[in-house]
Design a binder for this molecule. Structure first.
Ligand code: PLP
Length: 376
């Protein structure tokens, strides 16, 4: 058997939806972008949505719209995909990392206040693996210190924290739609906000800084080409037509995994907080128990690969990436929980239509490989 880490679920209907756009005159800047935006605004409980070509672009436009700049600091997590921190660097501001909780792997809100200085402008929290961060606490810290809150919900479309939707916390949120996500547009992202100013600035900056109603060659401000095409959005709209089914199927896969894995005492299964009243699973990430180290984890990943099972070491700590070490002088030991977790985590194959026999195949092989590696 060959089992990929992830796989998009593309139906005949999805293909038809894309073909319809290809037959129309509107491959870009057409009606599908706005239709997709409206659907995402509704799913995230926001007034406005601006679709762009990636989650990274969405985060960048949020940072720029808020005027975060050189000399400013933004508090965020080192246990994330690198874009959540790079978007701060794009504007020459400084990411200030705060370690994570060992259960949810989200930023530890108890440690945030120690890192606030007069330069701190914002908190950028990440809903890691689909699980919303601890927003009651984070929102009240932001309020107390007059900080902006940005939600990187790129991995969490459809999740809820205490019955409130992911993407609806703080001044703006971002979603992403790469093919490994819950729904895909091929490549794509969306900014969601209730703030009209952010909405207008993001719309302008995604399209070369043109203002509303500007001529094509009139540019009000510095902008980018972060536009997303109608082809991409038509795929997204079609996928959203079965969004509940997608979340349900992913939830089933996660439930079966958790049940089967409970037999393996060396494995810590994902923890879902009771505050996560709805979990929209992005990936299924296990952790090896404390008796394993990074070397053994990597051997397990390698051995599973040789058995046709693709897994990955989600996430590598951001502060230990070479250019962060070079620019900021971070070193091992700076964020111990992040490092402990990132040395032991393994993302297992996980996708919407994953059949039970594949889950069994992964779990059985994992069990065997763990026993082999344990002795090394
Ligand atoms: C937490 C997080 N932030 C940002 C991004 C960036 O999204 P994209 O890959 O669409 O640029 C991702 C995507 O993987 C992500 O997981």
């Amino acid at each position: 058997m060959k089992i990929p880490l992830s796989k998009p679920w593309i139906t005949e209907e999805d293909i038809k939806a894309v073909q319809e756009v290809l037959k129309s005159p509107y491959l870009s800047l057409g009606p599908k972008v706005e239709e997709f935006e409206q659907l995402i605004a509704d799913i995230s409980g926001r007034k406005f949505a601006v679709a762009v070509n990636s989650g990274t672009s969405a985060l960048h436009l949020i940072i720029r719209s808020l005027g975060i700049k050189e000399g400013d600091e933004v508090i965020t997590t080192p246990f994330s995909f690198i874009a959540s921190s790079n978007c701060i660097l794009f504007e020459r501001a400084k990411p200030v990392f705060v370690d994570i909780r060992k259960g949810t792997y989200n930023i530890d809100s108890d440690l945030i206040e120690e890192e606030i200085t007069e330069k701190t402008k914002a908190i950028l929290s990440v809903d890691v693996f689909g699980q919303p961060a601890d927003y009651d606490e984070i929102e009240s810290i932001a309020k107390r210190h007059n900080l902006l809150l940005i939600e990187d919900s790129c991995e969490a479309l459809g999740s809820e924290y205490k019955h409130k939707k992911a993407g609806s916390f703080g001044v703006a949120g971002a979603f992403a739609f790469y093919p490994n996500k819950q729904i895909t547009t091929g490549e794509g992202g969306v900014i969601v906000t209730d703030n009209e100013e952010i909405y207008k600035l993001s719309r302008s900056m995604r399209n070369q800084g043109r203002g509303e109603g500007n001529e094509w060659l009139f540019h009000t401000r510095l902008g980018y080409n972060y536009r997303i095409s109608d082809i991409n959005c038509a795929l997204g709209i079609s996928q959203l037509g079965r969004f509940d089914e997608i979340i349900g199927k992913r939830n089933n896969v996660a439930t079966i995994y958790t049940k089967r894995l409970s037999e393996i005492s060396e494995v810590v299964v994902p923890y879902v907080s009771p505050d996560t009243t709805k979990m929209s699973w992005f990936v299924y990430v296990i952790r090896l128990n404390d008796s394993f180290d990074e070397r053994k984890r990597d051997i397990i990943i390698d051995k599973l690969g040789k058995r046709g099972i693709e897994t990955r070491n989600y996430f590598e700590a951001i502060h230990l990436q070479p250019f962060y070490v070079e620019q900021f002088g971070f070193k091992k030991g700076d964020f111990p929980i992040t490092e402990f977790v990132s040395e032991r985590t393994i993302a297992l194959p996980f996708y919407t239509t994953m059949p039970e026999e594949e889950i069994d195949y992964v779990v059985n092989n994992l069990k065997e490989v763990i026993l082999e590696v344990k002795k090394l």
